[in-house]
Design a protein around this ligand. Structure first.
Ligand code: SIN
Ligand code: FE2
Length: 241
């Protein structure tokens, strides 16, 4: 993380700026030669990027992900058209997102094992609730957490998240591991997407008028992360049922 980023201030929606609790106050004059990147950035109405939101909780968050993945395998599912996805996936929480020849949907149990999905660790649901609240969506209660694992070259094509029942609830997306370019488009597929560089610990929340925006991930470039090696792990929290 550059010093420029540490010099940022935390902005609450509609509120005044204050130095983030998670960062030491810094002397902005030290960084005259660089423009501080805002910690909270509006990508579109109802869509917010929370830079470094996971902060020093990242070790505990990754520990919780490891615990989930000890009981459920990541797998490359097939699209309804029969093509394998490059991203490997698994779920925790009451509902898990699946895709196969029968389509995209949420299931209460893992179709591979017939067993219920592992419970969502509290540290993960709390993180998602805090991020949603910080982005202007208080009262978010996720019942599904999709774990996406991107190896180098893995990507996700532009799509809308529309398999959830209640579109008033936002999507909370947590990025861990190597960086990636998040493609954040419009309400029509043809609209050219913004290219958002996401790093370990960044969170994107989209809802309200942005809930059905097309989004995706550009092919992940080979890179090294101290804890996750060459992988990018994305956690997507949703109120699906
Ligand atoms: C998704 O759209 O489900 C995942 C997005 C991401 O990996 O950042
Ligand atoms: Fe998505």
């Amino acid at each position: 993380m550059s010093q420029c980023r540490r010099a940022s201030v935390w902005r609450r929606p509609g509120g005044s700026a204050k130095v983030s609790d998670e960062h030491q106050p810094v002397n902005l004059e030290l960084f005259d030669d660089c423009v501080p990147e805002p910690v909270q950035q509006e990508l579109a109405p109802g869509a917010v990027l929370l830079r470094g939101f996971v902060a020093e909780q990242d070790g505990a968050v990754l520990g919780a992900v490891d615990a989930v993945l000890a009981s459920i395998a990541l797998r490359q599912m097939q699209t309804p058209g029969g093509r394998p996805m490059s991203v490997a996936m698994a779920s925790c929480g009451e509902l898990g997102w699946v895709t196969d020849r029968h389509g995209y949907r949420y299931e209460r149990s893992d179709p591979d094992s017939g067993l219920a999905w592992p419970p969502m660790p509290e540290i993960l649901s709390r993180l998602a609730m805090r991020a949603a609240a910080a982005a202007g969506y208080p009262g978010f209660l996720p019942d599904a957490c999709l774990i996406n694992r991107y190896a180098p070259g893995a990507r996700m094509g532009l799509h809308q998240d529309r398999d959830e029942r209640d579109m008033s609830q936002p999507i909370v997306s947590v990025s861990l591991g190597v960086p990636a370019v998040f493609l954040f488009g419009g309400l029509r597929r043809a609209e050219r997407p913004q290219r958002i560089h996401l790093r370990h610990g960044d969170v994107v929340v989209w809802g309200g008028p942005s809930r059905l925006r097309y989004h995706g991930v550009a092919p992940v470039k080979a890179a090294q992360h101290p804890r996750l090696g060459q992988q990018r792990i994305n956690l997507t929290f949703r109120k699906a049922g």
